[in-house]
Write a protein that binds this ligand. Structure first.
Ligand code: F6P
Length: 343
């Protein structure tokens, strides 16, 4: 078969490992040939692709970023977009299938195209780990490791100066990175979008830790909003992509802590560092298995499905299952972590 691949949306450590897994498995097991579309859906809409063979994916398992480039282009939105354009590119390239490696937005586009009869399968991707239908997405473990390492460092400098340290991590809608890295580092407070927490409560935890002679460490997901500042999103407006501008909840929490407790407090935004660099061993293995399984999905003509992991087994699920709302942090996981905060 002749198979197209694209990487879409925000990049994520492990994308290259998916491409490598798919190409190696496809070439060696099924004698497939591959092309990679450049810059996500943009490459499909403009018919911009490169051939991918075994030599092109050599050594890619451990490399961050994506050799194909990525973009947030929507295949169904815009003057040159639409089902017909995508179908024409697939025909011109004589492709039997398209493997879409993407997050919620990209997979929603993939599903609509598959519903229109195009031969498309998905591979779930996000460092935020907020896609349903799969226990984990690759990139999440890497992001947690980077955040944990950074916060280990914040801890030692915080202790030296008896300061409170605030670390803002990614997580626009969900708090998985904050929760896991916070528990891993032994944070004194973890603030996530799913939980309504007010600054008086946060300050009580911070004060308590400080009184015991320790330097408080607070992890805040970028999408968290303090209970008494729910007006902040409306104030910030939207960004160029039309998404609510998050803009500095770490700074807001830092200022509030300092003002309310009098404890010297510093803010660090980890930002895109969490998405950069090489994937962890766990993510390399998961991404490779996803790439291989996506090719099997193609050979089984399971259009409109994506690969997933349940426990330790690779499975396949309908894209509709993955797109049925975000996978948020459940209450019991929050309660578990909450038991460790403050006193
Ligand atoms: O979806 C992953 C994510 O990393 C979010 O946590 C974050 O808000 C967003 O991407 C950042 O996107 P961009 O790279 O477009 O700034």
């Amino acid at each position: 078969m002749k198979i197209g691949i694209l990487t879409s949306g925000g990049d994520c450590p492990g994308l290259n490992a998916v491409i490598r897994g798919a190409v190696l498995h496809g070439v060696k097991t099924h004698h497939d040939t591959f092309v990679g579309f450049r810059h996500g859906w943009k490459g499909v809409l403009t018919n911009d692709a490169i051939a991918l063979d075994r030599t092109d994916v050599r050594g890619l398992a451990g490399e961050g970023g994506t050799i194909l480039g990525s973009s947030r282009t929507n295949p169904l939105d815009g003057p040159d977009a639409g089902v017909a354009t995508v179908a024409t590119t697939l025909q011109r390239r004589e492709l039997d299938a398209l493997v879409v490696i993407g997050g919620e937005g990209s997979l929603a586009g993939a599903k609509r195209l598959a519903d229109e009869g195009l031969p498309i399968v998905g591979v779930p991707k996000t460092i935020d780990n907020d896609l349903r239908g799969t226990d984990y997405t690759f990139g999440f473990d890497t992001a947690v490791s980077i955040a944990t390492d950074a916060m280990d460092r914040l801890r030692t400098t915080g202790e030296s100066h008896h300061r409170c340290m605030v670390a803002e991590v990614m997580g626009r809608h969900v708090g998985w990175i904050a929760l896991h890295s916070g528990v891993a580092v032994g944070a004194h407070a973890v603030l996530i979008p799913e939980q309504r927490v007010g600054m008086p409560e946060v300050c009580a935890w911070v004060q308590d830790v400080h009184e015991r002679g320790r330097s408080p460490l607070v992890v805040v997901a970028e999408g968290f909003i303090p209970a008494e500042r729910e007006d902040v999103l409306a104030e910030n407006g939207t960004d160029a992509a039309g998404r609510p501008r998050l803009g500095g909840v770490g700074a807001l929490v830092t200022a509030e802590i300092e003002q309310r407790t009098g404890i010297e407090t510093r803010n660090t935004i980890l930002g895109h560092v969490q998405r950069g660099g090489n994937p962890t061993g766990f993510d390399r293995v998961l991404a490779t298995r996803f790439g291989m399984a996506a090719v099997d999905l193609v050979h089984e003509s399971r259009w409109g499905q994506m690969v997933s992991i349940r426990g330790t087994e690779i499975e396949r699920v309908d894209l509709s299952e993955a797109l049925a709302g975000l996978k948020t942090v459940p209450q019991h996981r929050w309660d578990e972590a909450r038991a460790l905060f403050g006193r």
